[in-house]
Design a binder for this molecule. Sequence first.
Ligand code: CMC
Length: 429
Amino acid sequence: MSDAAKLVLGEKDAELGIRHGTIGPDVVDIAALYRDTGLFTYDPGFTSTASCESKITYIDGDEGVLLHRGYPIEQLAEKGDFLEICYLLLYGELPTQQERDDFIYRVTRHTMVHEQMTKFFSGFRRDAHPMAVMVGSVGALSAFYHDSTDITDPHQRMVASIRMVAKIPTLAAMAYKYHIGQPFVYPRNDLSYAENFLHMCFAVPCEPYQINPVLAKAMDRIFILHADHEQNASTSTVRLAGSSGANPFACIAAGVACLWGPAHGGANEAALNMLTEIGTKDRIPEFIARAKDKNDPFRLMGFGHRVYKNYDPRAKIMQQTCHEVLDELGLKDDPLLEVAMELEHIALNDPYFIEKKLYPNVDFYSGITLKALGFPTTMFTVLFAVARTVGWIAQWKEMIEDPQQRIGRPRQLYTGAPQRDYLSLDDRS
Ligand code: CMC
């Protein structure tokens, strides 16, 4: 393919460079378009816009492929564990044994949060949504860890990254415990990342908590499946916030806020609520009809994706994990699972969904799995935030270390009033 594209504008034409990635579509470089032609491009929702160059994650939405640093998600989920994937996302390569041990040591030594944070938590209402508590408490980290907010210092950037991966589960578990009125449980560094998280969420001071290895493995896999997903809405939010030079804790808080929306990380909660509302298989056609009705805002939650126009590869692994968890807990006949499987079957054979290439996404089965693990729906998006933190921070670091990095500042197509003179009160009708 040629390395230039030509844009013809009446009598004039502009030459635009073409840039090639390792894999995936080439991109037209329009960085000089305004300077050369006086025109902006218009792309609401960024459906045709690459906002940055990145080496972290690759998605082929048509083929249903997800790679982290080149490794397929299926292999990472089957053979790796979450902290290894964190290392891979942050450093670019799978760790050697020594690197792995060292990384695990560093993360586990940062799992506690400043004790003053407990006072901060008690300022929230008990009935606050745990995501509201997360937005506030993650942002508050920048008020506690001043020694890792200098973004120009590579050492401080790495310390902030490790702190973030280590402390987010602690904050998430605290948000849960606060929500249900139980005492906070301190982290235990002898446990794995997923085991420690389950322990902080479900242990109580009055009796020992037994960790079920099948459930811990499922938790770890859920974290792996949500670890990163290239330039999605929350990651782009983190990058945009970070582009102004804001500290990493504040940037991740911005990501948590964006993730909360039902079109993004809130979809797992919405999907489970939807399955509960459907309730029985015989009501599925009614909901399918509503999803297809242009005049009804209802959508099948956990279906469709901006990038995947094929089965989301994470959804397949999630479906398998869901079965493993329900088998382990003796919940094979869970009515929600029955509704989900039938709904999936009907939708995948319906011309509306086939034509629009709407397939189940990762959130379709994650809700049922998380419910079986014992989490209330209000915690689902919090768990997504725990897992996605490493992706956010890896992308933030990559952006800060990119010599091309400039403040993110999109332009607009202005359709408001043209310039006019101020009207005094008497002249206004
Ligand atoms: N149910 C019914 N119709 C749908 C659905 C759905 N879940 N998703 C998309 N459509 C239709 C939509 O009405 C539109 O139809 P038309 O062309 O006739 O107007 C067409 O499909 C394209 O939809 P879109 O909204 O233009 O697509 P988008 O890329 O802007 O939105 C999406 C992607 C994920 C927001 C959307 O599919 C959706 O709202 N899904 C439900 C929410 C959900 O499950 N979100 C989780 C995403 S995966 C986790 C994550 O990455 O955060």
